[in-house]
Ligand binder design. Sequence first.
Ligand SMILES: O=P(O)(O)OC[C@H]1O[C@H](O[C@H]2O[C@H](CO)[C@@H](O)[C@H](O)[C@H]2O)[C@H](O)[C@@H](O)[C@@H]1O
Length: 251
Amino acid sequence: MPHSALSAHPLPSPPSALLDGASLFLDFDGTLAPIADTPDGVVVDKDLLHLLGQLRDRLDGRLAIVSGRSVATLRELGFSAFLLAGTHGLEFAQPDAPVDAPPRPAAVDAAEAAFHAFADDKPGLLVERKSISVGLHFRGAPQWGRQAGDLATVLAERHGLQLQPGKMLFELRPGGADKGSAVHVLMSRTPMQGGKPLFIGDDVTDEEGFAAAVALGGHGILVGTPRETQAGFSLEQVAAVRHYLAQGVSA
Ligand SMILES: O=P(O)(O)OC[C@H]1O[C@H](O[C@H]2O[C@H](CO)[C@@H](O)[C@H](O)[C@H]2O)[C@H](O)[C@@H](O)[C@@H]1O
């Protein structure tokens, strides 16, 4: 069975047996929902929530959403009843419980102001204000991508923030955590403790999650086209993820 080798080659499909006894970590954008033109363009349908609820119950609660989105946004999207790790591992929340998160640093507000100064006269660019971070999206104006990256790099250095690249996106956030540390934290607590970690994600920010799952004896599943990855398995797209997860419910 493939393990932790860094691979850029096509990977095998994951056997449904990986879901048996798993502690399941699920990325959101690009994994559970297809990428949309804007952050607000993503809708979570009832079928997805139903599927995840069934799977969580079957796994005795061992299912967590681990996203770059804030916990507040994940809840607005409909995930209030789930264990959540938001902002790339900086925030945690048990279902319907208060959020455990660091305060929003003034440096993020300064970076946000600089993003606006750059973006506001450039149609298609979008500044996403998040609970403790800020994103500059260039999906609607890819011609500005390089300059957006240069600006984000300068601001990260100037304000002591972590630059988090994403899909047509540069985010600035406090450092000190990532999706890998989130996996380690959650695996040391109920309800995730005791299962075999399985991390499913599509983005570069999910690589730390794959690596942590593998380090703890589990597996990673990359969603999308092959790239250099810590994952040992892949699924083609969101629909394939849902089909795979449904096998875990009906098994
Ligand atoms: O860790 P994730 O759950 O994958 O979240 C990563 C970022 O996802 C969102 O941005 C991405 O999805 C948008 C909607 O499909 C898309 O328009 C954008 O181009 C993508 O980068 C979200 O807006 C960010 O806050 C998340 O950090």
